[in-house]
Design a binder for this molecule. Structure first.
Ligand code: GUN
Length: 283
């Protein structure tokens, strides 16, 4: 039976840390960090995520502003909005909630955010920084995954880590962070031959594929540390991860639940990243 890594409790602890830091920053610099979240259109999932980000900012004392643009907004208008925020000295962090409507080029939008205000860590300058080991902003979900692993006291040195999923937001950066901690890392994906044979070798297994409950107990090494990044809604409306919780719970050494696992950690790490951006601008 696995021990549960409680993302809700851990994220609350991180947000308390941020709250204390914000007080110190305000005393020292005369203002609080400011995060601007841009939401385009009315995607219900995005609206929930953005609401939670704004709520977390309120809790920590980070100033937050929300910019709501209609789904019909042109790419040019969105780029202009970003440029205005880049040039606004009172803004420390800019986040454009993804996905964007089809007529807008996400890559162009990400490139347009000033690197030092890129709280998501998606800008090519930050991605390069991560891969060459230079100071950079680490994407929130991968940073949250690492914090969850560290909360267990698990020593990654020399361990076998398998990441299932190769997205720019999660799979690739989390693989690099595990590599930085001397794990031997495999990135598996939808074309991996005999995926179960690969995942069964993993001391640490990170599932980030976006396929509901695809990692089952028979794919997991006994005692493994399993991190579930997936958030999927079943036809019955239930929220489930990429991991089949019940069968994996019986085999794994540690497991993260969905909901209440990686999701809240992502938001807590966004608050940390906002402080990082603030500091890089004032110091
Ligand atoms: N949509 C889903 N996850 C994310 C994220 O981490 N950042 C942004 N900006 N949009 C997302």
């Amino acid at each position: 039976m696995a021990q549960i890594i409680d993302g809700k409790a851990l994220s609350a602890a991180v947000k308390e840390e941020v709250k204390a830091e914000v007080l110190q920053l305000e005393a020292r610099f005369g203002r609080r960090p400011c995060l601007v979240v841009i939401i385009v259109g009315e995607n219900p999932a995005s609206q929930v995520y953005v609401r939670n980000k704004v709520k977390a900012a309120e809790f920590t004392g980070i100033e937050s502003r929300q910019v709501e643009l209609p789904a019909s907004v042109s790419e040019e208008e969105l780029l202009e909005t970003i440029k205005g925020l880049n040039d606004d000295p009172s803004v420390d962090g800019i986040l454009v909630q993804l996905p964007l409507p089809k007529h807008i080029d996400e890559e162009k939008v990400i490139d347009a955010i000033a690197r030092e205000k890129d709280v998501d860590g998606f800008h090519p300058g930050n991605v390069a920084g991560l891969w060459i080991g230079k100071d950079c902003i680490v994407p929130c979900t991968p940073a949250g995954v690492m914090r969850m692993i560290d909360s267990t006291g698990y020593d990654l040195n020399g361990k076998s880590a398998v990441v299932v999923g190769r997205s720019n937001i999660v799979g690739k950066p989390v693989a690099k962070l595990l590599l930085d901690r001397n794990a031997t890392v495999t990135i598996a994906h939808s074309r991996t031959r005999d995926l179960a044979a690969v995942t069964r070798e993993a001391d640490v297994l990170v599932a980030a594929v976006g396929r509901p409950q695809m990692i089952t107990g028979n794919m997991v090494k006994p005692g493994a540390l399993v991190i579930d990044v997936g958030i999927n809604r079943t036809d019955e409306g239930k929220l489930v991860g990429d991991v089949d919780y019940d069968s994996v719970f019986e085999v794994a050494g540690w497991i993260t639940p969905v909901p209440g696992g990686v999701g809240p950690m992502t938001i807590a790490m966004l608050m940390k990243n906002t402080i990082h951006c603030f500091l890089s601008r004032v110091e």
